[in-house]
Design a protein around this ligand. Structure first.
Ligand SMILES: NC(=O)c1ccc[n+]([C@@H]2O[C@H](COP(=O)([O-])OP(=O)(O)OC[C@H]3O[C@@H](n4cnc5c(N)ncnc54)[C@H](OP(=O)(O)O)[C@@H]3O)[C@@H](O)[C@H]2O)c1
Length: 269
């Protein structure tokens, strides 16, 4: 039987995104990847959708693998005991659990070869995410490659110090939800302005999508593109003036700060 190289603990949305990306990029063969979920849950689905192995005994899942990916809910970390600690010996452990610090992960996997804490985001589900990560010890070249390949299955990858991760969580981790809220607000504003709901929904989504693509392709700062479409006395400037008067930027500062504070609190629990 082919040896399992990467074992996923948790088989929900994020694990599905990673497995799909890993297989799409041919990083591993389906039989080299395995998963375990809560009993009677998502792991069977992930296995049947992708062809990876579903192994229901923890020992069988972890005993021989090279890399363990933690992709369950952060609350489930506390239920991990000495069996996990032993099975994690000499393995590379990659955690995507929000708010679980390297120190906390090291309590659970004291014998791991190295431990990585990563913060992905939901666009990773379509390979368009950005994941920041940090390691507890200096990474060997091969472990860095493994980690960047696995995390890169969801999009871009950026190494950062752990003390940045609460801010990362607040910005790129939670950020997609702010953008969804902005699209919803734009849609509702369009309806208020007289558009049919379906038309307004389409225009607001395509506007955000198109503007983001243009920004990425242009290589310009967002302020530059903003100024290019704001002619004196024009409609855009009239709108932007309201955003300034109503302190739009301060709302975003407060939003990110609140998320960061919550991330710090969660890490303490
Ligand atoms: N979604 C995001 O935007 C995002 C961003 C950054 C980080 N994260 C982190 O990613 C992790 C997973 O999030 P998600 O959105 O993928 O959650 P999810 O869809 O709810 O998946 C959680 C998975 O964990 C499994 N599970 C539950 N108890 C378990 C146990 N005791 N042992 C092993 N597996 C168990 C669940 O199995 P059943 O379905 O069978 O119960 C399910 O497969 C979370 O820790 C979250 O903090 C998420």
């Amino acid at each position: 039987m082919v040896r399992v190289k990467v074992s996923f603990l948790g088989a929900g949305r994020m694990a599905t995104a990673m497995v799909t990306g890993i297989l799409h990029k041919n990083l591993y063969k389906p039989e080299e990847v395995a998963c375990l979920g809560a009993p009677d849950g998502s792991a069977e689905n992930l296995s049947s959708q992708t062809g990876i192995r579903h192994i229901s005994r923890l020992e069988d899942l972890l005993i021989d693998c090279e890399t363990i990916v933690l992709a369950f809910k952060p609350q489930q970390l506390s239920s991990m005991g000495p069996t996990h600690a032993e099975l994690g010996a000499n393995k590379l452990v990659i955690s995507i659990l929000a708010g679980s610090t390297l120190a906390r992960l090291a309590e659970k996997f004291p014998k791991a070869r190295n431990i990585i804490r990563a913060m992905p985001n939901t666009p990773g589900q379509i390979g368009a995410g950005i994941t920041c990560y940090t390691a507890i010890n200096e990474l060997k070249r091969t472990d860095r490659e493994t980690a960047e390949n696995i995390l890169g299955s969801m999009g871009l990858v950026l190494p950062l110090d752990e003390n940045m991760l609460d801010a990362v969580t607040a910005l790129s981790g939670s950020g997609p939800a702010y953008v969804f809220e902005f699209v919803a607000a734009l849609r509702d504003a369009g309806i208020e302005a007289g558009l049919e709901a379906a038309v307004s929904a389409r225009l607001s989504l395509e506007t955000v999508l198109g503007a983001a693509r243009l920004l990425a392709r242009s290589g310009e700062k967002p302020e530059t593109l903003r100024d290019w479409v704001s002619s004196p006395g024009g409609t855009t400037l009239a709108g932007l003036e309201v955003m300034e008067q109503e302190n739009f930027r301060q709302i975003i500062v407060n939003t990110v700060q609140a998320a960061k504070n919550r991330s710090i609190e969660l890490a303490r629990d």
